[in-house]
Ligand binder design. Structure first.
Ligand code: S3P
Length: 177
């Protein structure tokens, strides 16, 4: 009985990557194509705080938000299994990320990300809710700093630009086995 339960428990898949690359979209598609559950670190933080990420940043600052991410990471590695975990763009910096699950980096160029966001019907809202995307020049710098760091943390890298959601999902499910 014990053995059977263990067989059915899959390692989590942790999606990392820059703001707006589509981590949430891919996570939801992965959940539909598998028997795994889905959780999002920003959603967990917002429900824990009963405030939006944007408000947490403006009322308490980035450092406070990063501490909440660290707390979320500890909770996930202890309590969550068989799940697709989409993360905020800076979550990859938490301690022992690898303990949470198989880390998948969704890679795109900066211009590809901005294009993707602008193509969405609620584009303005998508920019507004992300404090670190409000200034495009600063965001581009942050992207350049983070790009090699995302790569270094990843077990699997998927170049998502101009690739369909279906293809991205199939590649992740094949490679994360
Ligand atoms: C952040 C990304 C955001 C959110 C917060 C900080 C970052 O999540 O966690 O605004 O540091 O890159 P998304 O990647 O879902 O936009």
């Amino acid at each position: 009985m014990q053995e059977e339960e263990e067989k059915e428990t899959m390692s989590n898949i942790v999606l990392i990557g820059f703001m707006g690359v589509g981590k949430g979209t891919i996570a939801r598609a992965l959940v539909k194509k598998s028997d795994m559950f889905g959780v999002d670190t920003d959603d967990l933080i917002e429900s824990m705080e009963n405030r939006k990420v944007k408000t947490i940043f403006s009322e308490n600052g980035e450092e406070y938000f990063r501490a909440l991410e660290a707390k979320t990471a500890k909770w996930l590695s202890k309590n969550v299994k068989n799940s697709i975990i989409s993360t905020g763009g800076g979550f990859f910096k938490v301690d022992k990320l690898e303990k949470i699950g198989t880390v998948v980096y969704l890679r795109s160029s900066f211009d590809g990300i901005i294009e993707r966001l602008n193509a969405q019907p609620n584009a303005k809202k998508k920019f507004k809710k992300r404090p670190l995307l409000n200034d495009i020049k600063k965001a581009k710098k942050l992207f350049a700093q983070r790009a090699p760091l995302y790569e270094a943390k990843a077990d699997i890298v998927v170049h998502v630009e101009k690739m369909s959601v279906d293809k991205i999902v199939a590649k992740i499910l094949k490679e994360a086995k």
